[in-house]
Design a protein around this ligand. Sequence first.
Ligand code: HEC
Length: 480
Amino acid sequence: MKLVKRLIAAFEERTGLISALKNVALHPVPPDTGWSYVFGSAALLALIIQVVTGTALAMGYVSAAGDAYQALQFITNDAFMGSFLRGLHFFGASAMVLLVGAHMTQVFLMGCYKYPRELNWITGVILLVLVVALGFTGQLLRWDQTAVWAVVVAAQQAGRIPLIGSALARFILGGKTLGAQTLSRFFAFHVFFIPALLFAFVGLHLLLVLHDGISEPPVPGERVDPKTYRERYRKLLEERGVPFWPDAAWRDVVFGFAVVVAIAALALIVGPPRLGAPPNPSLLAKDPAPDWYLLWYYAALALVPNELSSAFIVLAPLLGILIVLLVPPIWNTGERHPRNRPWAVAATIMVWLTVGALWIEGIRAPWSPRFEAKPLPSSVVGASNGPIFRGAALFHDKGCEFCHEISGYGGQRGPDLTTVGDRLTPNEITIRILNGGYNMPSFAGILKPEELDDIVAFLESRTAHPSATSFGSARLTKAH
Ligand code: HEC
């Protein structure tokens, strides 16, 4: 016992770490900070969950294009608690995005970003960007159809930026086309580069929190004036300050615990995102379906007119980030209480309503391919062998069904093909498939001739009258 005490004392004498930690834990903070102050620490907790689960996942992961999909299947289906781990990592990421959003909203509404905490806001915005970048790069590591697609589109969009576009696209893909090197690159970004930046900025962010102190709850009518603020804050702490631990931090602990329980429960009950089909460059579709926290942005992309969209893709996020970065530091004095800042409240509500509306639109997403479309049931196909049968299978396997609905199955990006046999001749169908069209990729060179024939036979059998179907099938079977 004595030895332990002496060791601790020796450690403390050489590092000063113990007293430093004690000082942090016990430093005085303003009284009555309340429950709205818990989001920042919870976001930090979610980050810690991400680091732990991410490290564990990395041990089973293979960042090689040929093996990544199998590795994920293995982690999900066979590895010890692998599915739970993936669930934790996915919902941890979701929690982080939500908590960072809640934290920013609270800080903005209560004017906590005002003097002297402008730099906290700026480092916070950088952290938000890094968190979203982590989500985006992480999604590709699933290396399934959807994930790969999201990156192809991102690279295409980046390629449209004037001057630096093609260099940027090449940087994202790690070459001219998507391939093995893309996955390695995203892996390196996801586990080394972005986390390193994130840790640095989290450190800076926390350092600033300690340096300037937690903002006191706003009081209507009390204005922030850089000349008097520090003095007033010092007085407040001296007269009414409470130790951070436990008087203020107990709420962080309770809320953090609830967040962890919620993440674990979702990981157990809902589980990780299902893996889609393995990536297949011959399965072309035009829009990605990103994870939910980016869905609203892709919805915005899909809704702006085509001519505008390249400008929009590049300029809108840049402008958005710039506004978020600059507006608060510019209005860094004056009233803090939301009751006396109607514009700040209105702007916050507007932003959230817009994101919410786009998000709902993104979920409905009639314009985005439905990657999870199941093969058509035999009751719809109406044949159990022959070209119609094979064509129906190809219709699913080649990704047509992502965009086209038949008898209520499939996506709605392209026209419904339930009765396409009445509308188009085999020749017209063939031309459309080979050439593609507005928002339909060209399949020339992707389908083998006999595959094309089967698909056309299948589509030609899609008519309003079932009898015609069997007639068509008989005729086509004979023709082959
Ligand atoms: C990325 C989504 C997408 C995929 C994948 C896709 N299509 Fe299309 N398809 C469309 C769109 C959009 C149109 C409408 C094109 C136009 O108006 O020029 C269309 C049009 C068509 C038409 C003409 C329909 C009509 O009523 O005029 C046919 C036939 C067709 N597609 C068949 C296929 C087949 C077969 C496949 C698979 C080999 C396929 N499509 C894959 C989006 C897609």
